[in-house]
Design a protein around this ligand. Structure first.
Ligand SMILES: NC(=O)c1ccc[n+]([C@@H]2O[C@H](COP(=O)([O-])OP(=O)(O)OC[C@H]3O[C@@H](n4cnc5c(N)ncnc54)[C@H](OP(=O)(O)O)[C@@H]3O)[C@@H](O)[C@H]2O)c1
Length: 280
């Protein structure tokens, strides 16, 4: 049996089309801004609930309103997306698909409410699978790459972030497996695993203050830049930050049943004041 180990390396300038989810904020917005500078000819199509902010130097972008937790919204968005791509595909453009949308909630399951946990599963795990499935035949025909934004939370159980960590563990393993399936077809798949990043993520997750200073977080720009460099090099996994790389490496040597406990200890520390209040 032949195993294909050759990396698929595509210079950013070769992409004529980028489909991104969650380009309206944080890491996604940084990707959009960087791509607009690096490949001004690339048409960027964003799927999220709120539109893109102002992007310097280009008006080549399209926003398709889409709530990725809602089936009806996804159905009408994919219809519009395929129509826009069809209009463009005469030029045989290489496609960069960035599955970036995601959110978490910091609480004991199922708080703040069960629906938020189910929506998280839809947005963080099912939406990347759905969008990749819908665009795969285009990728096979015209070539391209996929960048999935997972998280270091995917490397271990994450108590108080249980559903979030579960969705990212799925995305991490699914995406790495997909990389092996698609490499022989000339499609590269990068799984990007950031640690804490200074975005709206923590506010919407329910943190009173982001644990970013304490844990040494990167900016969205640094994460997106590192992601695009790794994509160009044809890598399949990027964990940003040496401390996050070390942590995810060390978890391999600790039995899984202990990791959950250790992780609970660390996660509690992130919002210590709440648990102190609860204890009194
Ligand atoms: N910040 C971190 O510390 C960190 C660490 C590791 C991984 N990540 C991952 O990085 C990705 C981007 O997060 P971020 O840090 O940039 O946070 P952010 O600033 O809160 O951005 C989240 C993005 O996801 C989109 N989104 C959320 N719910 C959605 C829905 N129902 N339908 C469509 N889009 C939705 C949002 O767009 P709309 O609100 O406009 O819909 C927004 O653009 C996420 O997958 C997150 O899990 C973040």
């Amino acid at each position: 049996m032949e195993v294909c180990m050759a990396k698929v390396q595509i210079p950013l300038e070769k992409f004529g089309l980028c489909v991104i989810t969650g380009g309206s904020s944080g890491i996604g917005e940084a990707f959009v801004n960087l791509l607009a500078v690096r490949c001004p000819e690339c048409r960027i199509i964003n799927l999220s609930r709120s539109p893109l902010g102002e992007i310097k130097g280009t008006n080549n972008n399209i926003h398709i309103s889409c709530d990725l937790s809602n089936d009806d919204s996804k159905k009408s968005a994919i219809k519009e997306l395929l129509r826009v791509i069809e209009e463009d595909s005469g030029e045989r453009k290489k496609l960069l698909l960035i599955n970036n949308s995601g959110f978490g909630t910091y609480d004991t399951f199922p708080d703040p409410n069960l629906q938020s946990q189910l929506d998280m599963l839809e947005v963080n795990a099912k939406a990347p699978l759905w969008l990749t499935g819908e665009l795969l035949s285009y990728l096979r025909t015209f070539g391209g790459a996929i960048l999935n934004v997972a998280s270091i939370a995917g490397f271990q159980p994450t108590p108080y972030f249980a559903t979030y960590g579960g969705t990212k563990a799925f995305l991490l393993n699914w995406s790495l497996a997909l990389a092996e399936e698609l490499r022989p077809q000339g499609i590269s798949v990068l799984t990007l695993c950031p640690g804490p990043v200074r975005t709206n993520f923590f506010k919407s997750a329910g943190f009173s203050s982001p644990p970013v200073n304490q844990w040494g977080g990167l900016t969205p720009d640094q994460v997106a830049t590192a992601g695009l460099v790794s994509l160009e090099r044809g890598r399949n996994l990027l964990i940003t930050g040496w401390n996050n790389r070390l942590l995810s490496f060390m978890t391999r040597f600790v039995p899984l049943r202990w990791i959950g406990r250790l992780s609970a200890f660390v996660m509690k520390k992130m919002r210590l004041e709440q648990f102190q209040t609860n204890r009194t």
